[in-house]
Design a protein around this ligand. Sequence first.
Ligand code: IPD
Length: 279
Amino acid sequence: MRRTADPLDLDDIAGRAIPPVTELHRLAMQLATQAGELILAGRDEAVLDVDTKTSAVDVVTAMDLACERFLRDQLATIRPGDGFYGEEHDPLESETGVRWIVDPIDGTVNYLYGLPDYAVSIGVEVHGVVVTGAVARPRTGDVFHARLGEGAYRNETRLLGSDPADLGMSLVATGFGYGADRRAKQGQVVAGLLPQIRDIRRLGACSLDLCNAAAGTVDAYYEWGLHEWDFAAGALIAAEAGLDVRRPQREDGLLVVAAPSIADDLVAALERLMPEDSL
Ligand code: IPD
């Protein structure tokens, strides 16, 4: 397996206007795979160099920074002028209409602790619409990916979500932010939802929660207070797998992704439980 990326390995698409989505898709998959190899190889060293961000439990490892820098540098060479919106550095405005939305390590706490569920997430937007996305899970070597209107895949396997009979028989994933106040509210919502569903899962990586919903290994996922880099790729993958995707209507708003058979009931249950200012 190669550990470094050579932009010359990719077709020379530098300098062109907006390439076909197939090109952006191929590049997103290739970069996510290469970045995944990078974070996997550098994990043991990276977790010795850890800082905190929005709270004492919101960590950033040296590899979050290095991986985002790697992706940004690669894209600056391969697609100069494209925008870049990543978790760890200031955004770069797009001059081409294309913008890359990147979480270099989604599931940083899992990465820190040695748990396997972390991922590189890359969504690609053209004129404000996410047209392709790739989520690489380096511990298993899987790449989840989708193109708008073309279905969702784990590697070559088509993903079609699940079809639970009702909300009461549904396995629902969720996540929690890093601030204590939000967490307290999120805990109350989970407590209210738990008696109405089969069970809850908290994996620790939003992009993989969305891919799991796409794969049908959970029936739904919801969280509020997410950032675009958490869900840009995964929400497209889930939508392309046939899930009902309700994106946040405002910053900090609620994301709900659910099998169509339970989506309305889950949203209604959440609306009853959630604080008014979080919907
Ligand atoms: C976090 C994970 C987590 C979710 C948090 C995110 P990070 O992203 O996706 O599952 O619950 O809201 O911030 O910090 O690991 O990139």
